[in-house]
Design a binder for this molecule. Sequence first.
Ligand SMILES: Cc1cc2nc3c(=O)[nH]c(=O)nc-3n(C[C@H](O)[C@H](O)[C@H](O)COP(=O)(O)O)c2cc1C
Length: 147
Amino acid sequence: MHSLVYRSVAVENFQLPDIYKMLSDARLFNSKHNITGCLLYHDKKFLQLLEGEEKAVERLFKRIRKDARHHSMEIICEERSSLRLFDEWSMAFHDYGLNGTSAHLKLKQIDNFFEKSDAFMKPSTLAIPFFANVKDILFNPTQLNHV
Ligand SMILES: Cc1cc2nc3c(=O)[nH]c(=O)nc-3n(C[C@H](O)[C@H](O)[C@H](O)COP(=O)(O)O)c2cc1C
């Protein structure tokens, strides 16, 4: 089992309807290849966790990396582990860009989401950096030039 967390920034014209379309294809692909994880989206920023057999994760990540719909990719962490944090999701998606939802409320939502998956109870070094990046994405607007 291999897990990988990265973050990136959506290009200007990659909007929610396109993201939902991409996700429905991604979920089909992921369940076929036994890949699970989650994708968070807020203020043009993505944070994704991919989990699965090492070769399958590497192969998919190569494609995601080349995808021109996002940029400024940064790998947060990678680990070999015996279990999945999100074993029931082919790719859970949380859109934190919804209008009128405060960053604190969004943080509460992701907290619940983690609790449901028991992620913090699992012996993984991924959960903590993952959660730190969730907070960063929610509370620290980046000054990146949009492409
Ligand atoms: C932020 C982001 C996350 C993605 N996550 C997945 C994913 O989990 N699974 C998947 O099959 N494709 C995902 N994709 C789409 C892939 O980058 C790629 O378009 C897809 O695998 C089809 O590959 P191809 O364009 O080489 O045909 C993601 C794209 C982006 C921009």
